[in-house]
Design a protein around this ligand. Structure first.
Ligand code: ZN
Length: 345
């Protein structure tokens, strides 16, 4: 089969035309991949940044966001049959630690991530455990099926924060931040404020329902958000940039007693004033990782079926697998927002 894999400890990925097709274990399914989304994580692996170099084994097939069709099943699989169109939760847990057994498998110890710790989906076929399979509703198209993973990050963040009838500030409108705008709107946020550096993404955030979208480089936005929210600040902060300035300004624009859900991953540690930003403000903090298994997936499906999510403008490019260099180029340049690889026919 064809597979896009990490061929050396440096920049780039290589396409192998004759990789052995994986075979499912007794409780696995083999999936023929149709479409796969390129994620910021894949970009880190492409660029071989310090995180990737410390975590990702050479030789691994990348990619973790996909939709496809079950080709064959292991001998002990009972719930699914070949021919079913599916996506899958890419975080694999063994289900034996405290969090796995108490409804928090997304933060279980020893989580294995496809395309990072084991072979991923930028290939004609991928093997997944039966427990990770998410059957795709027939009304949800493949292009959306390819981005269930990042959409799930957005849904998880919005739902943990609780946005109904609240003012929401989103710092950073990359793919997941833009998805969070439409998800927060669908989930009943009263008014949404956004910041970013890219004017095109700010325009798109407005189109998706943000009442104000600010260039983060002009710190006057902090007072503007506070003034727009009774002089007190936004009820909810969704931090999706990982930028030091966004943490400092975002918490300054959050009202006392507000809630902050943190999804963006800072590249390195930085000083942060807990007294002013959290303790004396009585702020509630929640870290967001992955998707709740599988509460987030049910919420995501319902939001998609409601018809209230606008995702078409976020998925800007599709390329055949062979044109992976162009696909990564569009994404890394910032011209592409969400870029999808067409792998199957
Ligand atoms: Zn991803």
């Amino acid at each position: 089969m064809r597979a896009l894999y990490k061929h050396h400890a440096g920049v780039g990925l290589a396409l192998d035309d004759s990789r052995a097709k994986p075979s499912p274990g007794p409780r696995d399914v083999l999936i023929r991949v149709a479409k796969a989304g390129i994620c910021g994580t894949d970009r880190h692996i492409w660029e071989w940044n310090p995180w990737a170099a410390s975590r990702v084994p050479i030789g691994i097939v990348t990619g973790h966001e996909f939709v496809g069709v079950i080709e064959s099943i292991g001998s002990a699989v009972t719930r699914f049959q070949p021919g079913l169109r599916v996506s899958a939760e890419g975080h694999i847990t063994r289900g034996i630690d405290y969090n796995s057994r108490t409804g928090n498998a997304h933060i279980a110890r020893g989580v294995e991530v496809i395309g990072v710790d084991r072979d991923g989906c930028f290939a004609d076929y991928i093997v997944m455990p039966e427990d990770n399979i998410w059957p795709m509703h027939p009304d949800i198209p493949d292009t959306i099926g390819a981005v269930m993973d990042p959409l799930g990050n957005a849904v998880h963040t919005v739902m943990e924060a609780g946005v109904s009838a609240r003012t929401v500030l989103i710092t950073g409108v990359g793919v997941i931040g833009l998805m969070a705008v439409t998800v927060a709107k669908a989930a009943g946020a009263s008014r949404i404020f956004c910041t970013d550096l890219d004017p095109r993404r700010l325009d798109l955030a407005r189109k998706l329902g943000a009442v104000e979208a600010y260039d983060a480089r002009d710190p006057a936005w902090v007072d503007d958000v506070r003034n727009n929210c009774r002089g007190e600040g936004a009820d909810v902060l969704l931090e999706m940039s990982g930028a030091e300035s966004a943490f400092n300004q975002g918490f300054a624009a959050l009202r006392n007693g507000g809630k902050a859900a943190l999804l963006g991953v800072p590249a390195k540690p930085f000083p942060f004033d807990f007294n002013a930003n959290v303790i004396f403000k009585g702020v509630t903090l929640v870290g967001i990782y992955g998707r709740r298994m599988f509460k987030t997936w049910y919420q995501m499906e319902e939001l998609l079926l409601s018809g209230r999510l606008e995702l078409d403008d976020i998925i800007t490019h599709e390329f055949p697998l062979e044109q992976f260099e162009d696909a990564f180029g569009e994404m890394i340049s910032g011209r592409g927002i969400k870029v999808v690889l067409n792998i199957g026919d």
